[in-house]
Design a protein around this ligand. Structure first.
Ligand code: FUB
Length: 325
Protein backbone atom coordinates (compact mmCIF):
# COMPACT_ATOMS: atom_id res chain seq x y z
CA UNK A 1 0.00 0.00 0.00
CA UNK A 2 1.43 3.40 -0.96
CA UNK A 3 1.75 6.05 1.77
CA UNK A 4 -1.00 8.06 0.03
CA UNK A 5 -3.55 5.28 0.59
CA UNK A 6 -2.92 5.02 4.35
CA UNK A 7 -5.19 7.10 6.58
CA UNK A 8 -3.49 9.62 8.88
CA UNK A 9 -3.46 8.51 12.54
CA UNK A 10 -4.20 12.02 13.79
CA UNK A 11 -6.49 14.42 11.94
CA UNK A 12 -7.37 17.17 14.45
CA UNK A 13 -3.80 18.57 14.35
CA UNK A 14 -0.94 18.45 11.87
CA UNK A 15 1.79 16.15 13.19
CA UNK A 16 5.13 15.00 11.79
CA UNK A 17 8.43 13.25 12.61
CA UNK A 18 6.77 10.52 14.72
CA UNK A 19 8.96 8.76 17.28
CA UNK A 20 7.00 5.75 18.49
CA UNK A 21 7.76 3.57 21.51
CA UNK A 22 6.04 0.70 23.24
CA UNK A 23 5.84 1.80 26.89
CA UNK A 24 3.77 0.20 29.67
CA UNK A 25 1.71 -1.91 27.24
CA UNK A 26 0.71 0.94 24.90
CA UNK A 27 2.20 2.64 21.87
CA UNK A 28 3.22 6.23 22.56
CA UNK A 29 3.91 8.60 19.67
CA UNK A 30 6.08 11.69 20.15
CA UNK A 31 5.75 13.84 17.00
CA UNK A 32 6.45 17.39 15.96
CA UNK A 33 3.34 19.57 16.05
CA UNK A 34 3.13 21.38 12.71
CA UNK A 35 1.33 24.70 12.56
CA UNK A 36 0.20 27.23 9.99
CA UNK A 37 2.71 29.97 9.30
CA UNK A 38 3.13 32.77 6.77
CA UNK A 39 6.79 31.88 6.28
CA UNK A 40 7.49 30.93 2.69
CA UNK A 41 8.80 27.46 1.89
CA UNK A 42 12.58 27.46 1.53
CA UNK A 43 15.40 24.91 1.55
CA UNK A 44 16.54 26.08 4.99
CA UNK A 45 13.31 24.77 6.55
CA UNK A 46 12.24 28.15 8.01
CA UNK A 47 8.60 27.23 7.39
CA UNK A 48 8.84 24.48 10.02
CA UNK A 49 8.15 26.93 12.84
CA UNK A 50 6.72 24.75 15.60
CA UNK A 51 6.41 25.79 19.23
CA UNK A 52 5.06 22.91 21.31
CA UNK A 53 4.75 19.15 21.59
CA UNK A 54 1.75 16.85 22.13
CA UNK A 55 2.01 13.15 23.05
CA UNK A 56 -0.40 10.55 21.64
CA UNK A 57 -1.09 6.97 22.72
CA UNK A 58 -2.82 3.91 21.27
CA UNK A 59 -3.77 0.75 23.16
CA UNK A 60 -3.62 -1.22 19.95
CA UNK A 61 -2.35 -0.32 16.51
CA UNK A 62 -5.86 -0.13 15.03
CA UNK A 63 -7.44 1.37 18.15
CA UNK A 64 -8.39 4.99 18.85
CA UNK A 65 -5.65 7.55 19.41
CA UNK A 66 -5.60 9.56 22.65
CA UNK A 67 -4.15 13.08 22.52
CA UNK A 68 -2.54 13.80 25.91
CA UNK A 69 -2.38 17.49 25.10
CA UNK A 70 0.56 19.90 25.26
CA UNK A 71 3.38 18.27 27.24
CA UNK A 72 6.10 20.85 26.61
CA UNK A 73 6.06 24.32 25.10
CA UNK A 74 8.64 26.79 23.85
CA UNK A 75 7.87 29.51 26.42
CA UNK A 76 8.84 27.08 29.23
CA UNK A 77 12.30 26.33 27.79
CA UNK A 78 14.71 29.15 28.75
CA UNK A 79 17.39 28.50 26.10
CA UNK A 80 15.09 28.21 23.03
CA UNK A 81 14.45 30.98 20.48
CA UNK A 82 12.37 29.03 17.93
CA UNK A 83 11.68 25.88 15.91
CA UNK A 84 10.89 22.91 18.11
CA UNK A 85 11.69 20.22 15.55
CA UNK A 86 11.62 16.42 15.59
CA UNK A 87 11.66 14.97 19.13
CA UNK A 88 12.21 11.51 20.58
CA UNK A 89 11.54 9.92 23.96
CA UNK A 90 13.28 7.33 26.10
CA UNK A 91 12.57 5.41 29.27
CA UNK A 92 15.25 4.45 31.74
CA UNK A 93 15.19 3.51 35.43
CA UNK A 94 11.44 4.18 35.65
CA UNK A 95 11.68 7.75 34.31
CA UNK A 96 10.77 9.21 30.93
CA UNK A 97 12.78 11.68 28.88
CA UNK A 98 11.84 13.84 25.93
CA UNK A 99 14.73 14.93 23.67
CA UNK A 100 14.11 17.81 21.28
CA UNK A 101 16.06 20.08 18.92
CA UNK A 102 15.51 23.82 18.72
CA UNK A 103 17.43 26.96 17.86
CA UNK A 104 19.13 28.60 20.82
CA UNK A 105 19.20 32.39 21.30
CA UNK A 106 22.07 32.62 18.74
CA UNK A 107 20.05 30.74 16.10
CA UNK A 108 22.16 27.58 16.49
CA UNK A 109 20.33 24.25 16.67
CA UNK A 110 20.95 22.39 19.94
CA UNK A 111 19.32 19.45 21.66
CA UNK A 112 17.46 19.72 24.93
CA UNK A 113 16.06 17.20 27.38
CA UNK A 114 12.96 17.27 29.56
CA UNK A 115 12.03 14.72 32.23
CA UNK A 116 8.69 13.25 33.28
CA UNK A 117 7.41 10.43 35.47
CA UNK A 118 4.90 9.07 32.94
CA UNK A 119 5.19 8.28 29.22
CA UNK A 120 2.45 10.79 28.44
CA UNK A 121 4.28 13.59 30.23
CA UNK A 122 4.19 16.38 31.17
CA UNK A 123 7.94 16.93 30.81
CA UNK A 124 10.04 19.48 32.71
CA UNK A 125 12.88 20.88 30.59
CA UNK A 126 16.42 21.34 31.84
CA UNK A 127 17.27 25.08 31.93
CA UNK A 128 20.00 24.75 29.27
CA UNK A 129 20.59 22.55 26.24
CA UNK A 130 22.68 19.37 26.54
CA UNK A 131 26.28 20.59 26.55
CA UNK A 132 28.19 19.26 23.53
CA UNK A 133 24.99 18.76 21.50
CA UNK A 134 24.32 20.41 18.16
CA UNK A 135 22.22 20.05 14.99
CA UNK A 136 18.81 18.34 14.96
CA UNK A 137 16.72 15.17 15.06
CA UNK A 138 17.73 13.42 18.28
CA UNK A 139 16.95 9.69 18.45
CA UNK A 140 17.59 7.73 21.61
CA UNK A 141 18.25 4.05 21.93
CA UNK A 142 18.43 2.12 25.21
CA UNK A 143 20.25 -1.14 24.63
CA UNK A 144 19.58 -4.46 26.37
CA UNK A 145 22.38 -3.69 28.88
CA UNK A 146 20.54 -0.44 29.87
CA UNK A 147 23.21 1.80 28.26
CA UNK A 148 21.56 4.66 26.38
CA UNK A 149 22.77 6.41 23.22
CA UNK A 150 21.81 9.67 21.54
CA UNK A 151 21.95 9.78 17.73
CA UNK A 152 21.55 13.14 16.01
CA UNK A 153 22.29 15.34 13.02
CA UNK A 154 20.75 16.81 9.91
CA UNK A 155 22.26 18.77 7.03
CA UNK A 156 21.15 21.98 5.23
CA UNK A 157 18.70 23.73 7.64
CA UNK A 158 19.77 21.24 10.34
CA UNK A 159 23.29 22.80 10.34
CA UNK A 160 25.35 19.60 10.67
CA UNK A 161 27.67 20.90 7.91
CA UNK A 162 28.47 23.91 10.12
CA UNK A 163 30.28 21.61 12.58
CA UNK A 164 32.88 20.08 10.23
CA UNK A 165 35.77 21.63 12.18
CA UNK A 166 34.26 20.83 15.59
CA UNK A 167 33.21 24.48 16.04
CA UNK A 168 30.12 26.20 14.59
CA UNK A 169 31.05 27.79 11.25
CA UNK A 170 28.42 30.30 10.13
CA UNK A 171 29.62 30.29 6.52
CA UNK A 172 28.19 26.78 6.04
CA UNK A 173 24.70 27.89 7.25
CA UNK A 174 21.82 27.27 4.88
CA UNK A 175 21.04 24.58 2.33
CA UNK A 176 24.57 23.44 1.50
CA UNK A 177 26.83 20.45 2.00
CA UNK A 178 30.21 19.19 0.73
CA UNK A 179 30.22 18.03 -2.89
CA UNK A 180 32.55 16.04 -5.14
CA UNK A 181 34.87 13.17 -4.41
CA UNK A 182 34.67 13.33 -0.61
CA UNK A 183 32.82 11.17 1.91
CA UNK A 184 29.34 12.36 2.90
CA UNK A 185 28.78 14.03 6.24
CA UNK A 186 27.94 11.51 8.92
CA UNK A 187 25.36 11.45 11.72
CA UNK A 188 26.62 11.60 15.30
CA UNK A 189 26.26 9.30 18.28
CA UNK A 190 27.20 9.69 21.94
CA UNK A 191 26.51 7.57 24.98
CA UNK A 192 24.21 9.29 27.48
CA UNK A 193 25.00 9.66 31.17
CA UNK A 194 23.21 7.29 33.53
CA UNK A 195 20.75 10.06 34.52
CA UNK A 196 20.03 10.67 30.79
CA UNK A 197 20.59 14.45 31.05
CA UNK A 198 24.15 14.71 29.68
CA UNK A 199 26.43 13.29 27.03
CA UNK A 200 28.79 10.82 28.68
CA UNK A 201 31.36 11.30 25.90
CA UNK A 202 32.19 13.52 22.92
CA UNK A 203 29.89 12.79 19.98
CA UNK A 204 31.47 10.53 17.35
CA UNK A 205 30.73 10.10 13.67
CA UNK A 206 28.68 7.07 12.74
CA UNK A 207 30.26 5.41 9.73
CA UNK A 208 27.89 4.37 6.92
CA UNK A 209 29.60 2.18 4.34
CA UNK A 210 28.44 0.79 1.04
CA UNK A 211 28.26 -3.02 0.65
CA UNK A 212 31.91 -2.97 -0.66
CA UNK A 213 33.05 -1.43 2.64
CA UNK A 214 33.69 2.04 1.14
CA UNK A 215 32.24 5.24 2.66
CA UNK A 216 29.04 6.56 1.08
CA UNK A 217 30.17 9.63 -0.86
CA UNK A 218 28.88 13.21 -0.70
CA UNK A 219 27.39 13.21 -4.22
CA UNK A 220 25.51 9.96 -3.65
CA UNK A 221 22.25 11.70 -2.73
CA UNK A 222 20.25 8.47 -3.08
CA UNK A 223 22.12 6.96 -0.11
CA UNK A 224 23.90 9.65 1.90
CA UNK A 225 22.67 10.66 5.37
CA UNK A 226 20.54 13.82 5.40
CA UNK A 227 18.46 13.77 8.65
CA UNK A 228 15.93 11.76 10.70
CA UNK A 229 18.18 9.23 12.44
CA UNK A 230 16.57 6.20 14.06
CA UNK A 231 18.06 3.17 15.77
CA UNK A 232 16.42 -0.16 16.54
CA UNK A 233 17.60 -3.67 17.23
CA UNK A 234 16.16 -6.78 15.65
CA UNK A 235 17.43 -10.27 16.44
CA UNK A 236 20.69 -8.90 17.87
CA UNK A 237 21.46 -6.69 14.85
CA UNK A 238 21.53 -2.89 15.03
CA UNK A 239 19.51 -1.08 12.35
CA UNK A 240 20.34 2.59 11.71
CA UNK A 241 17.76 4.25 9.45
CA UNK A 242 17.53 7.77 8.09
CA UNK A 243 16.18 10.11 5.41
CA UNK A 244 18.12 10.98 2.27
CA UNK A 245 16.50 14.45 2.25
CA UNK A 246 16.47 15.91 -1.25
CA UNK A 247 15.98 12.47 -2.84
CA UNK A 248 13.20 11.74 -0.31
CA UNK A 249 13.94 8.11 0.61
CA UNK A 250 13.89 6.40 3.98
CA UNK A 251 16.84 3.99 3.96
CA UNK A 252 18.73 1.81 6.42
CA UNK A 253 22.08 0.30 7.23
CA UNK A 254 22.95 -2.49 9.68
CA UNK A 255 25.81 -3.18 12.06
CA UNK A 256 26.95 -5.19 15.06
CA UNK A 257 27.35 -2.36 17.58
CA UNK A 258 25.37 0.79 18.48
CA UNK A 259 28.45 2.76 17.36
CA UNK A 260 28.58 1.07 13.96
CA UNK A 261 30.11 0.83 11.44
CA UNK A 262 26.89 0.35 9.48
CA UNK A 263 26.54 -1.18 6.03
CA UNK A 264 23.95 0.28 3.69
CA UNK A 265 21.15 -2.22 3.00
CA UNK A 266 18.47 -0.44 0.98
CA UNK A 267 15.25 1.54 1.06
CA UNK A 268 12.40 1.26 3.53
CA UNK A 269 10.05 3.81 1.95
CA UNK A 270 9.83 5.55 -1.42
CA UNK A 271 9.14 9.32 -1.59
CA UNK A 272 5.86 10.49 -0.05
CA UNK A 273 3.68 13.57 -0.69
CA UNK A 274 5.64 16.56 0.67
CA UNK A 275 9.36 17.35 0.81
CA UNK A 276 10.35 15.77 4.11
CA UNK A 277 10.20 12.11 5.06
CA UNK A 278 10.91 11.03 8.64
CA UNK A 279 10.12 7.90 10.58
CA UNK A 280 10.54 5.57 13.52
CA UNK A 281 10.41 1.80 13.83
CA UNK A 282 8.75 0.30 16.86
CA UNK A 283 8.01 -3.23 18.08
CA UNK A 284 4.73 -3.74 19.89
CA UNK A 285 3.37 -7.13 20.98
CA UNK A 286 5.75 -8.98 18.67
CA UNK A 287 4.95 -7.01 15.49
CA UNK A 288 6.97 -4.25 13.92
CA UNK A 289 5.63 -0.90 12.72
CA UNK A 290 6.95 1.95 10.60
CA UNK A 291 5.63 5.31 11.73
CA UNK A 292 6.18 8.10 9.22
CA UNK A 293 4.48 11.19 7.84
CA UNK A 294 3.38 12.76 4.59
CA UNK A 295 1.59 15.94 3.53
CA UNK A 296 -1.47 14.35 1.92
CA UNK A 297 -3.96 15.61 4.54
CA UNK A 298 -3.00 19.25 3.86
CA UNK A 299 -3.11 18.75 0.09
CA UNK A 300 0.69 18.74 -0.20
CA UNK A 301 1.80 21.64 2.01
CA UNK A 302 5.36 20.76 3.04
CA UNK A 303 5.07 22.15 6.57
CA UNK A 304 1.62 20.68 7.35
CA UNK A 305 2.16 16.97 7.71
CA UNK A 306 0.33 13.98 9.19
CA UNK A 307 1.57 10.87 10.94
CA UNK A 308 0.85 7.47 9.45
CA UNK A 309 1.69 3.89 10.43
CA UNK A 310 2.33 0.74 8.46
CA UNK A 311 3.37 -2.76 9.53
CA UNK A 312 6.81 -3.88 8.35
CA UNK A 313 8.44 -7.32 8.15
CA UNK A 314 11.91 -8.88 8.03
CA UNK A 315 12.84 -11.48 5.46
CA UNK A 316 14.99 -14.52 6.27
CA UNK A 317 18.17 -12.44 5.81
CA UNK A 318 16.97 -9.70 8.16
CA UNK A 319 16.13 -7.27 5.34
CA UNK A 320 13.23 -4.91 6.01
CA UNK A 321 10.28 -5.37 3.69
CA UNK A 322 6.75 -3.99 3.41
CA UNK A 323 5.53 -7.39 2.20
CA UNK A 324 4.25 -9.94 4.75
CA UNK A 325 6.70 -12.85 5.00
O1 FUB B 1 9.99 18.83 11.29
C1 FUB B 1 11.11 19.65 11.04
C2 FUB B 1 12.16 18.89 10.32
O2 FUB B 1 11.65 18.37 9.10
C3 FUB B 1 12.66 17.65 11.03
O3 FUB B 1 13.53 17.94 12.10
C4 FUB B 1 13.27 16.94 9.90
O4 FUB B 1 13.60 15.61 10.15
C5 FUB B 1 12.20 17.08 8.85
O5 FUB B 1 11.18 16.13 8.98
Amino acid sequence: MASNDIKPLITHLYTADPSAHSFEGKIYVYPSHDRETDIEDNDNGDQYDMNDYHVFSLSSISGPVTDHGVVLKQEDIPWVSKQLWAPDAASKNGKYFLYFPARDKDGIFRIGVAEGSKPEGPFKPDPDYIQGSYSIDPATFVDDDNEAYLYFGGIWGGQLQCWMTGKFDEKWSGPQEPTGDVPALLPRVAKLSDDMHKLAEMPRELAILDPEGKPIMADDHDRRFFEAAWMHKHKGKYYFSYSTGDTHYLVYATGDSPYGPFTYQGRILEPVVGWTTHHSICEHEGRWYLFHHDSSLSGGKNHLRSVKVKEIYYDKDGKITLTPQ
